[in-house]
Each structure stands twice: as structure tokens, then as C-alpha cells.
Design a protein around this ligand. Structure first.
Ligand code: PXP
Length: 237
């Protein structure tokens, strides 16, 4: 049975729109846990456009499940992770001008740097996950680097039109999941997943955990956080 970590970044996006104190991602994280989430994900970006350092610190103190910190493999972020000690770090590529993470980490090109970051985080007792495209080269590099797991980027699948193009992308995720698992990596998946497109991905047996944010937070504005999370928990399981 797969598990779900709920990304609460976009609760902070609404708060930052007014530079106010609400809505608070800390409350959203608590409600997500009460509704059955297996973990909470936050992305602390270099530009602090949504999640702030205080959010990570307070959620670390209040989180009853597991805290997954998404971050770039920079010295600043590694120091923060080693101080705050999330249960898991997901290393992601980051560009200032992007609306959201646009693709997987280029672990082949940056293998030495990502290995160094992975080793530092693992030495601090943190599970390290690499967010990568579902193709063989980065999966094999993640295994060489010694990551604990990979998060397969599902954004291309999610953005593809229904039909053959989407099926091709789904096939890449299934093949990637199988390769990663055969190399001893734990398989996570995420990006762009929603209440409809999750269903075929959920059938891939190697995927142990999904990281989902935008669709849950968007639905929660209409139906409430607990219902939005509970409905996704039901779908994932
Ligand atoms: N996984 C990673 C690595 C991400 O960067 C994001 C977006 O922050 C997600 C999962 C969640 O994506 P979405 O918000 O589209 O569900």
C-alpha cells in the first residue's frame, strides 16, 4: 500500500501574497496529518517565495508523521537540513524564474556535487531522495551516488494529453520504477498528480510513496483541508 506526503507550500503561497501570518502552513500540516497523511512536504526555496525558515522549524517540532524537506543541493540548504533534521530530504533542481520545479535533477552532469551533498546529509542521519526524470541514466546515477530513494518526476505524464502520449509517459514511469527498485532504491513519485491522473500511476507496484501538493491545496480551498487530504489518501491506497 502506497503512502502520501502532502506538500503544504501553497498554503504559504497564499499567506505570502499579503505577507501576513495566515493561512499558516503549520495548521495545514496538522490538519493533513489528522486526515491521514503519512508525511508532510515543504520546499524551502532559495528565494523564500512561499515556505519560510520559521515554517520548517515549527513543522519540524509539531509534525507527528514524517517531514520531507525539498531543497536544492546548496551549502546554505545543507546546513539548514543538518540543523533542523527533517526525516527525509528530497534534492531538487531550482531556478529562480520557474513557477514550479520544471524537471528532474541532472544527476549525471552534477554527479560529484550531488554525491557530496548526499553523503553529508546521510552522515547527519537523514534519508536522501533524489527527484529525477524516469529514465535509466539518472536512476543508475542515483544508485551510484548512494541515495536512499528516488522520486520519479511525473510532471511530463501529468501534462501530456490523454491518449498515446500520456500512455508513453506512464510507461516510462513504470519502467523507471522497476529499474530503480531492482537497484535497491526506494521509489517515490510526484509532481502534477491530481485526483484523476493518479489512478494509473497508483497501479505501478514499485511506487511506495507519492508527494502531492497543488491539487490537494487547490481542492482544500473549496472543500476544506481534511476532506481534500482524506480523498487523496483514499485514492493513493
Ligand atoms: N515533488 C517535488 C520534487 C516537487 O518539487 C513538487 C512541487 O513542489 C511536488 C512533488 C508536488 O508537486 P505538485 O504541487 O504539482 O503536486
Amino acid at each position: 500500500m502506497a503512502t502520501l506526503t502532502v506538500n503544504v507550500d501553497h498554503v504559504a503561497t497564499v499567506r505570502q501574497a499579503r505577507l501576513d501570518t495566515e493561512p499558516d502552513p503549520v495548521f495545514a500540516a496538522g490538519l493533513a496529518e489528522l486526515a491521514g497523511a503519512d508525511g508532510i512536504t515543504v520546499h524551502l526555496r532559495e528565494d523564500r517565495r512561499h515556505i519560510q525558515d520559521r515554517d520548517v522549524e515549527v513543522i519540524r517540532q509539531t509534525c507527528k508523521t514524517r517531514l520531507n524537506l525539498e531543497m536544492a543541493a546548496t551549502e546554505e540548504m545543507i546546513a539548514i537540513a543538518l540543523r533542523i533534521k527533517p526525516d527525509m530530504v528530497s534534492l531538487v533542481p531550482e531556478k529562480r524564474e520557474e513557477l514550479t520545479t520544471e524537471g528532474g535533477l541532472d544527476v549525471v552532469k552534477h554527479e560529484a556535487d550531488i554525491k557530496k551533498a548526499t553523503e553529508a546529509l546521510k552522515a547527519g542521519g537523514i534519508y536522501v531522495n533524489l527527484f529525477i526524470d524516469p529514465s535509466p541514466a539518472p536512476i543508475e546515477a542515483a544508485s551510484r551516488i548512494g541515495a536512499d530513494g528516488v522520486e520519479l518526476h511525473t510532471g511530463t505524464y501529468a501534462n501530456a494529453p490523454l491518449g498515446e502520449r500520456r500512455d508513453v509517459e506512464l510507461g516510462k514511469i513504470a519502467a523507471g520504477a522497476s529499474l530503480a527498485a531492482s537497484l535497491g532504491l526506494k521509489v517515490h513519485a510526484g509532481h502534477g498528480l491530481d485526483y484523476r491522473n493518479i489512478e494509473p500511476v497508483r497501479e505501478i507496484p514499485e511506487i511506495e510513496e507519492f508527494a502531492i501538493g497543488f491539487s490537494i491545496i487547490a481542492r482544500s480551498v473549496i472543500v476544506g483541508m481534511e476532506r481534500a487530504v482524506a480523498e487523496m489518501v483514499e485514492l493513493v491506497r
